[in-house]
Design a protein around this ligand. Structure first.
Ligand SMILES: Nc1ncnc2c1ncn2[C@@H]1O[C@H](COP(=O)(O)OP(=O)(O)OP(=O)(O)O)[C@@H](O)[C@H]1O
Ligand SMILES: [Mg+2]
Length: 345
């Protein structure tokens, strides 16, 4: 029955008529799944437009989110997330301050928003080994000092996010992550109150959801094994967002997912049912949402760094010599994104 609950709710969401769900609202979310190209950055970018007083943090060395906010990002001039973390790993480096940049200054679509971001850095590719080296260096310390030193390293990103939010009077934070756990993603998990997990409608994405759940829950995992004893600071799963969903085009079918979408909806639902203690409520019905394939709207949004919310049906753009248009379903996508944003903050 539960899959039907979710499909019916999606119909209401499409019409902007769905009731909000009683999920605990958190302040810091990491958008994460251990697989590339499934929509983490696209979702982060669009959700960041739908909140106010928000700090977005780009922890992916590819820097795609930073580029959405500032098309000159790859020139590499900004103080960035690596500058914030490194002083916790390498003694003697000065701590960073006021790293966050006002998004409206470089992306005019955000000029009405009081939103900021921490740029990424290509050098984050080196963070996994720097992190392990720093943790290993604490081995020679007395027990109490060692725990303190390790905590300072593991919670470095969290400490910095709290500081940046306080400095800029921000209350919400969204962290975009890379597809790899070691390094900045690991720090993002220690920093986050809860996770938002995009899963694409394919088998590999379901596998990576299982890997993520294992990393989150197994005592032996890279994530859990470094947690100080009695530390219950494990992020909950706020939601899984099934991305690239498609709908039946059979005559007479109304809001019926297509076969592929249905198969993966069921698989993901079954996984969440099995691991309900990891959810921010214990009811899997509250934690699974669908996001359509954005089609032409997605391409225009991404090439113009323009949030989907601001696209108008019928808008067109020539991309790679082909005229692409904002399709009719853009209204539905906007409602899906707004509903997801409302279940976060
Ligand atoms: N809902 C969607 N509908 C259609 N296309 C999408 C959707 N979400 C993302 N895409 C497209 O899929 C591609 C990958 O998206 P995105 O960069 O957000 O993934 P990612 O998970 O952040 O990837 P990476 O792990 O490499 O950082 C992009 O071309 C993006 O435009
Ligand atoms: Mg990305």
């Amino acid at each position: 029955m539960a899959i039907e609950t979710i499909i019916n709710r999606q119909s209401a969401i499409a019409e902007n008529e769905a009731d909000d769900i009683e999920l605990p609202r958190q302040s810091v979310y990491a958008v994460c799944n251990l697989r590339g190209g499934i929509g983490k950055t696209t979702l982060s970018f669009n959700l960041s437009y739908l909140a106010d007083d928000l700090l977005a943090v780009d922890t992916c060395p590819q820097g795609n989110l930073s580029y959405f906010y500032d098309n000159t990002y790859y020139a590499g001039q900004q103080t960035n997330v690596k500058d914030m973390i490194l002083p916790y790993l390498v003694p003697g480096l000065g701590k960073a301050a006021r790293v966050a940049a006002y998004i409206g200054a470089t992306n005019p679509y955000f000029s009405e928003k009081n939103n900021y971001y921490i740029p990424s850095s290509e050098e984050l590719y080196l963070l996994p080994s720097q992190l392990i080296t720093a943790i290993n260096q604490t081995a020679g310390l007395q027990q109490e000092q060692r725990v303190q030193a390790q905590k300072s390293i593991l919670y470095s990103l969290k400490t910095e996010i709290v500081r940046e939010c306080a400095e800029n009077s921000l209350e919400k934070c969204l962290i975009d992550t890379s597809p790899f756990f070691a390094g900045a993603t690991q720090l993002a998990w220690y920093a986050a109150d809860a996770l938002v997990i995009p899963v694409r409608t394919d088998q590999q994405s379901v596998k990576s959801l299982e890997l993520l759940i294992n990393t989150l829950s197994s005592p032996q995992s890279e994530f859990r094994k470094y947690l100080p004893e009695n530390d219950r600071n494990v992020p909950k799963i706020q939601m899984v967002v099934l991305t690239h969903c498609g709908w039946s085009t059979v005559a007479g079918a109304r809001n019926e997912p297509n076969q592929q979408t249905k198969v993966y909806l069921k698989k993901v639902y079954d996984i969440l049912s099995k691991h309900r203690t990891l959810l921010s409520t214990n009811d899997p019905d509250n934690h699974l949402f669908m996001l359509d394939d954005f089609l032409g709207s997605g391409r225009i949004s991404s090439i113009e760094s323009k949030p989907i919310e601001l696209l108008q049906e019928g808008e067109t753009k020539v991309i790679d010599r082909v005229r692409v248009s904002v399709n009719k379903s853009v209204g539905k996508c906007k409602n899906q994104l707004k509903f997801i944003a409302r279940q976060l903050w």
